[in-house]
Design a protein. Structure first.
Length: 518
């Protein structure tokens, strides 16, 4: 019954005022915990997953810092890689004790009831579990409890290797894509991500398969290519528009609004980073006007805010220095000094993206650039489609996209005299993918590590080390992983110690994930 107790603790926070049916599924009666339905469990699992990767703690202080989208204006040592252990522990617990258990319980109820379409609903929950294990493994650098993690009888599960988890998840996705049947119903309620649309779940699963296979490409090209080819040849297709992107759509008003918006109601801990603002402005990227707020006076989140214009009458965008010492914070979030995030990310109803259409297009561009046959278009065409999708998501016009494209043309040669090479192509694709994934801090951090991209036109670094140095002696530029929670050493000591030995003998942020072999 521990699962239900945890579920109800969260559900008690939801005083629902919206008529949004799927959110209402999270209203589980505290008097009847055993009557939780699969739809309620799915809705709560999706909520917990989206909050865990999208809130001010794990997205703001981990993902958005490590992808170098944001800089810290308060508690600045966090952008120098000081970790709050309590936050780390909560993230681990939420994935295992909440998300994965809720999904498993939903599956058990569906299997017992066997109502029309139950196979689809079990498969959808299994795809969500695959997503969760993929996320967990990448955050912690590879080994985490997987094959024994959901056993109710084993409280000390072994840690599976990162590659084993990846292969298991890829096989799971392959199986669930085959199971999903568009002639039978999915979830009739409770599915906040896709509203029960089985076709979209198939597209998402296939797109997720492509992401996972690409991420392991440098570590095992043969296996990765096998799964990439499966994805390309699958009749499931890929996410093909912004409308089809996998995202958790928040609604206005606490407690079901965007958690970043809620965080900004009481404090300003983050500004947009200098490296991100500088790179956007270097190539006249109009997305800066959506991703960030201009300098100004008054309430930066209210109607009284007045932009401070430059000598030419234009709004000004200025990023905060990345990685300042606590004593050197030069803005304290003052909107007259630095640009704060725009509503694209911190608006009340701004969605938490799980896998976007733009990301899919850039993945296909990379596949084509690597010479793997079967992509719908060329690398250049997918590259341009990814940028176009990002502009559409940001609410910018086709004309703005066309103008910007002249600033960032696709060319696999850094200079006129240089022969085309894959490194330049990956710099192009990686840098634009990074921009398009703004807001998806956790996944963008992984892609920064994997692609290690630079300015594709100059070869100059895009990212910087913390200005006042890292507080972690094992990290110079950026953490490669999150450390295992300290409680694992006491609660699952033998398996924890074995996992630490397999990653080099130290539970360090400086240990590269298994797929990062550069």
């Amino acid at each position: 019954m521990k699962l239900y107790n945890k579920l109800l603790l969260g559900a008690a926070l939801f005083s629902m005022v919206s008529c949004t049916e799927d959110f209402e599924e999270m209203n589980i009666s505290p008097n009847q915990p055993a009557n939780a339905t699969p739809a309620q469990l799915l809705a709560t699992a999706q909520y917990n997953y989206a909050t865990n990767i999208g809130d001010a703690w794990n997205n703001g202080r981990m993902g958005m810092y490590y992808a170098q989208y944001w800089s810290s204006t308060q508690y600045t040592d966090e952008s120098r890689y000081q970790i709050r252990e309590g936050v780390n522990q909560t993230m681990w617990n939420t994935f295992y004790a909440d998300v994965l258990r809720e999904l498993t319980t939903a599956q058990e109820i569906e299997a017992e009831n066997q109502l029309n379409g139950y196979e689809n609903r079990i498969a959808i929950a299994e795809i969500m579990k695959a997503l969760t294990f993929h996320t967990l493994s990448d955050i912690y650098g590879g080994p985490v409890p997987y094959s024994e993690a959901l056993s109710t009888e084993n409280v000390t599960p072994k840690y599976d290797n990162g590659k084993e988890i990846y292969l298991g998840v890829l096989n799971t996705l392959d199986e669930q894509i085959a199971i999903l049947d568009e002639s039978s119903p999915g979830f009739q309620s409770g599915d906040i991500i896709y509203g029960g649309d089985v076709t979209l779940w198939k597209k998402f699963a296939n797109s997720l398969r492509l992401r996972i296979a690409l991420r392991m490409y440098e570590a095992d090209q043969a296996t990765a290519t096998e799964h990439i080819t499966k994805a390309l040849n699958s009749d499931a297709g890929f996410i093909s528009s912004n409308a089809e992107g996998a995202k958790f759509a928040w609604i206005a008003g606490a407690p079901n609004n965007n958690p970043l918006a809620e965080a900004y109601k009481t404090r300003i801990d983050f500004s947009v980073s200098e490296p991100f603002i500088d790179y956007l402005q270097k190539y006249d990227d109009p997305r800066v006007t959506v991703f960030a707020r201009p300098l100004g006076s008054g309430n930066p989140f209210g109607s009284s805010f007045t932009p401070i214009l430059d000598a030419n009458g234009n709004p000004q965008y200025v990023g905060e220095t990345y990685g300042l010492d606590a004593g050197n914070g030069n803005s304290n979030g003052d909107a007259k000094v630095v640009s704060l995030p725009g509503d694209y990310v911190i608006g009340e109803t701004a969605p938490t993206y799980i896998l976007s259409h733009a990301e899919v297009e850039f993945m296909l561009a990379e596949v084509a650039a690597r010479g793997i046959a079967g992509t719908p278009m060329s690398a250049e065409e997918h590259y341009e489609a990814g940028i176009r999708s990002s502009f559409e998501a940001a609410g910018l016009s086709e004309a703005a996209f066309e103008e910007y494209l002249t600033e960032v043309p696709y060319s696999e040669s850094r200079t006129a005299n240089q022969a085309p090479d894959l490194e330049t192509a990956l710099d192009l694709i990686g840098s634009q993918k990074w921009i398009a994934m703004y807001g998806q801090g956790v996944q963008a951090w992984f892609e920064r590590l994997r692609l290690d991209f630079e300015d594709p036109y100059t070869g100059e670094p895009i990212f910087v080390a913390p200005a006042d140095g890292s507080v972690d002696p094992d990290v110079t530029m950026v953490p490669f992983r999150m450390s295992y929670p300290v409680t694992e050493a006491s609660l699952n000591g033998t398996n924890y110690a074995d996992a630490v030995q397999r990653i080099g003998g130290k539970n360090s942020l400086g240990v590269r994930p298994w797929w990062d072999v550069k």
